[in-house]
Design a protein around this ligand. Structure first.
Ligand code: NAD
Length: 365
């Protein structure tokens, strides 16, 4: 990979390579954009097949965080980190403390949080070395595991999606098909059931399926069946790239709204195809922004009630996306990008004007 060319094409500010021989740490931190504030994004631990695969992932994910944070109305920028290693076998206190020291060395330009392969307990180890960590349990005023707030955000987005499609935000009598009933979707199932919705679920983990069947009366279907069940809304809460050439023709739903990241295999092609089919796609990075909204609240001293209000505001953000898509006749995916880009562009303009005023005032002195 031509790194500088890649960084320039994607407008990345900074990429930091971190290694520590003693602990075996090999990590990359990517800071995509700090226009709106310090970069905040999770730390993924994954046994990448190559260093290039890790680099590509952290670049893609950090840019995604810029869009997610901007569209969520947060005053933070986008960044992400990856640790190359197996989260089941390669974790140690030394490794996370070494990572924490790298985060500390950036003096707050990057704030770390948990992601796939890391937990709140790993954040606790990093907290021993840096204050620039969110989502731990060790720190007074920290918010812990974000899954419940992510679920609340998905539920708020789903209600706005239902309003757009069916004219009523209530999920009463609506059937929601959920792919993957792990941490986020378990709480989501409860919220939907309490709202009077009917659940059809699948998961590769039969225990997880049984739990929502027992607790919320969900109907279970096979892993490949979930795409073709007749439902009102399909909620992907497991994997990325599951909306693709193969699955779109099977769908018998009016809308898609779930927590999984990067649901569309090809953003342009598949969002356009869904639009043509009259299936309303609620853009994933708006739908699942409840987790980051919750951890970002720690930056002003965590207040759970305030965080919940902000997470529920995803309802209004989703409405804005639908309005932009409608008025400009573009896909909802393009509208969500538009919303984020507009906010960053406005802030750049304000900042430039402010700097110019400041400078001319200094020159006049
Ligand atoms: P999780 O690992 O707890 O749950 C995912 C579930 O999907 C698991 O039960 C797993 O068995 C199941 N699954 C995996 N492959 C499957 C397949 N092929 N078919 C059906 N089920 C399958 O993860 P989570 O924390 O609940 O997150 C769910 C999704 O939401 C992930 O894509 C994650 O990246 C995204 N997300 C989560 C958060 C959060 O706060 N946890 C925030 C933003 C986005």
């Amino acid at each position: 990979m031509m790194l500088f060319e890649e960084m320039s094409m994607g407008d990345y500010e900074q990429v930091i390579f971190c290694q520590d021989k003693e602990s075996g740490l090999k990590a990359i931190i990517a800071i995509h954009d700090t226009t709106l504030g310090p970069a905040l994004g999770g730390c993924r631990m994954w046994p990448y097949e190559s260093e290039e695969a890790a680099l590509r992932d952290v670049l893609r994910l950090s840019k995604g965080m810029t869009y997610k944070n901007a569209a969520a109305g947060l005053n933070i920028g986008g960044g992400k980190s990856v640790i190359i290693g197996n989260p089941k076998t390669d974790k140690s206190e030394a490794l996370f403390r070494a990572m924490g020291r790298y985060v500390e060395s950036l003096n707050g330009r990057y704030i770390i949080a948990e992601d796939v392969g890391t937990t709140e307990y790993d954040m606790n180890q990093m907290y021993l070395e840096t204050d620039y960590v969110t989502g731990s349990t060790a720190r007074a005023g920290s918010s812990g595991n974000p899954s419940a707030k992510t679920a609340l955000g998905v539920y708020s987005a789903m209600k706005r999606t239902a309003k757009e499609v069916f004219g009523d935000s209530s999920l009463k009598g609506k059937t929601i098909a959920i792919q993957g009933v792990g941490n986020v979707a378990y709480d989501l199932c409860q919220l939907i059931r309490d709202d009077g919705g009917k659940l059809i679920v699948t998961d590769i983990n039969q225990e997880a399926v049984q739990r929502v069947v027992n607790d919320f009366g969900a109907e279970a279907v096979g892993v490949n069946e979930i795409y073709r069940v007749a439902a009102d809304i399909f909620s992907p809460c497991a994997l990325g790239a599951i909306i693709n050439d193969e699955t779109i023709p099977q769908l018998r739903v009016k809308a898609i709204c779930g927590s999984a990241n990067n649901q569309l295999a090809d953003i342009e092609i598949h969002s356009q195809r869904l639009k043509e089919l009259g299936i309303l796609y609620a853009p994933d990075f708006i739908v699942n922004s409840g987790g980051v909204i919750n951890v970002a609240d720690e930056l002003s001293g965590y207040d759970e009630e305030r965080a919940i209000v902000k997470v529920k505001a995803i309802y209004e953000q989703m409405g804005q996306v639908f309005e932009i898509a409608e008025s400009e006749n573009i896909t909802t995916a393009a509208a969500a990008n538009h919303l984020a880009e507009q906010r960053i562009a406005q802030m750049l303009k304000v900042r430039r004007t402010f700097l110019q005023t400041e400078k001319s005032a200094i020159c006049r002195r």
